[in-house]
Design a protein around this ligand. Structure first.
Ligand code: G4P
Length: 196
């Protein structure tokens, strides 16, 4: 998605070879007009899949997922991150380890929001190691839903997440695929080496 890549070039900042700061438009300050374009693009990419729910993970996935849900005309469900196991009916949890943040949490789904047979589009801001997306997919499937698509706003394809999800059979799309980055530069999959 050219507008997104352009925004990464102008407002993103690669801190090192692993971490891209996008606080200016995605993680802290949110450019809702850009999120709206992102929602439209995800709709275009996944509208043939018969999506009945958009699912995301708090917190930074919410803005792009909300716009996608609005554009597709289906509800958005938020998976919460709990610090401990909750023993309660109607709740499914799985532990997710974040390599980037070096912490783990209990990804939590209230099952009343995913009915058996539901066709789910999972949307998140970053795809890095794929731990969050794998955990979320597991929860949706345990609730009886089918993950018909996974959309990442930004994927770091030099980390294993994209490959892992594809090998697991998921239909994964990223709007900005980064193949290499380092202090001051970001290179996208179509080999456009650009400053960021
Ligand atoms: P994974 O889920 O793909 O395995 O990724 P990982 O554990 O490595 O990343 C966990 C958190 O770090 C996620 O945020 C993810 O969005 C964020 N993250 C990963 N790589 C980058 C990056 O290069 N830049 C930025 N800005 N964030 C990155 P989170 O813990 O879910 O936080 P949030 O959604 O509440 O913001």
């Amino acid at each position: 998605m050219e507008a997104l890549k352009q925004r990464i070039r102008t407002s993103g900042r690669a801190l090192n070879s692993q971490v891209l700061l996008v606080d200016m438009f995605l993680n802290n300050q949110v450019d809702c007009a850009l999120m709206d374009e992102i929602g439209e693009e995800f709709k275009r990419l996944f509208e043939a899949e018969g999506v009945t729910k958009v699912v995301t993970i708090e917190s930074s996935g919410i803005a792009p997922a909300a716009m996608t849900s609005l554009r597709m005309g289906v509800p958005m469900i938020i998976l919460k991150k709990a610090t401990s196991v909750i023993l309660s009916d109607g709740i499914l949890q799985t532990e997710v380890f974040s390599f980037t943040k070096r912490t783990s949490y209990q990804l939590t789904l209230k099952t009343e929001f995913i009915q058996p047979g539901e066709r789910v589009l999972l949307i998140d801001d970053f795809l890095a190691n794929g731990e969050a997306a794998m955990g979320a997919s597991k929860l949706i499937e345990r609730a009886g839903g089918k993950v018909v698509g996974i959309g990442a706003v930004i994927s770091k394809n030099f980390q294993p997440g994209m490959q892992r999800l594809k090998e697991a059979g998921y239909n994964v799309k990223s709007l900005a695929e980064i193949v290499n980055m380092g202090e001051g530069f970001v290179e996208f999959a179509d080999n456009e080496g650009e400053k960021a």
